[in-house]
Design a protein around this ligand. Structure first.
Ligand code: SF4
Ligand code: SF4
Length: 343
């Protein structure tokens, strides 16, 4: 497995890293045994970097089980979604316990929104806790993550962050404008999330080769099964960039996806009415949206009907829409589906 220097951290991380969401049994992953096998196989292959978060349910605990025997082979990154000093400190203690370690190499501010920046960076905010944890040797480096690329770029200029994590793929190209150059200039390590846009991009070979044309350090590869891991690794080792013609073909290939689709990131969860929103939104978007009822196959009609039963529990509280980094109109989509199947 190719390795890369993760910016000023000087950590030598694998070019492809394990994403922590599918390492949770409740966020798209399989059972604990499968998760353990995926992790062991990834480590055997030379993947030495795993990224998780306090909010990925049992992901940290599942990683911790593997770390009992393989800690020296793995660089751990995790995140806190808390915005205040005391809450971050409590999160960190819990992460250390769950991960069964006494130190985390990279601790990151999770999914920062523009209206939270002043709190995080101000007195009594999250950053103070990160700095304290670094001084006390509980963490080595501080990272920043989010979907708001302009905000990330602004905060990178403060020089408080050693790494930055952001979505980047052939559809989501905003980082090309400023962020990538800025990271290079400031020697900030770059960690890419959503390399296949949450599964929407099906051409894995081209999706992975796309990154060979950019100065990015490591790319998170979220896999739930050994088959997915092995399939992805075959493409991951190809270091040939896309030619201009191949890139143009690839852009044309993904153009029908548009921008308004679910990346299955689960940030909209939990729903107060126990709706599994990513599944509901994704299945609708993939199988039913843009179709007429009469054109749906019997299987898809059945799927649509099943979705309406689940959606009946939705009280339209709007919480999921507030949390979705892509501003997806979940309630509107739900109502379109209900209308399609009404009667
Ligand atoms: S709007 Fe509906 S789906 Fe979204 S969080 Fe509220 S109840 Fe759940
Ligand atoms: S609806 Fe939005 S927040 Fe929820 S999984 Fe899809 S992209 Fe993520």
């Amino acid at each position: 497995m190719r390795k890369a220097r993760l910016g000023r951290t000087n950590l030598e991380v694998s070019r492809w890293a394990l994403g922590g969401i599918p390492l949770s049994t409740v966020m798209g992953g399989k059972d604990e045994e499968t998760i353990s096998r995926v992790m062991h196989t990834a480590l055997d292959y030379g993947i030495n970097f795993v990224d998780t978060s306090r909010v990925y349910m049992d992901s940290e605990a599942n990683i911790g089980e593997v770390m009992k025997t393989r800690r020296k082979e793995c660089i751990i990154a995790t995140k806190s979604h808390s915005r205040l000093y005391d809450e971050v400190m409590a999160d960190l203690e819990e992460s250390l316990t769950q991960l069964q370690t006494d130190k985390i190499e990279l601790y990151q501010i999770h999914e920062l929104y523009p209206d939270e920046a002043a709190t995080v960076m101000g007195k009594g905010g999250a950053l103070e806790a990160f700095q304290k944890a670094k001084d006390q040797g509980m963490i080595d480096y501080i990272g920043l993550t989010g979907h708001h690329v302009d905000l990330l770029a602004d905060l990178m200029k403060t020089d408080e962050f050693d790494t930055v994590m952001f979505p980047f793929n052939v559809i989501e190209r905003e980082p090309e404008k400023e962020l990538l150059n800025l990271a290079k200039k400031k020697d900030i390590g770059t960690i890419i999330m959503k390399p296949i846009a949450g599964g929407a991009i099906r051409n894995i070979e081209k999706a992975f080769r796309f990154f060979n044309g950019y100065p990015v350090d490591t790319i998170l590869n979220g896999v739930a099964t050994l088959e997915e891991l092995r399939g992805n690794l075959k493409c991951a080792e190809n270091s040939v960039p896309l030619s201009p013609e191949e890139l143009a073909d690839f852009e044309a290939e993904v153009a029908p996806l548009g921008k308004e689709f679910c990346r299955r990131c689960s940030y909209c969860m939990p729903c107060p009415n126990d709706i599994i929103i990513p599944v509901m939104v994704h299945v609708y978007w993939q199988q039913i949206k843009d179709c007429k009822l009469e054109d749906l196959s019997p299987e898809r009609k059945q799927t649509g009907q099943n979705l309406t039963i689940w959606w009946q529990a939705c009280s339209e509280c709007g919480e999921c829409e507030k949390k979705c980094p892509y501003d997806l109109p979940t309630i509107k989509r739900k109502n379109e589906l209900m209308k399609m199947f009404e009667g």
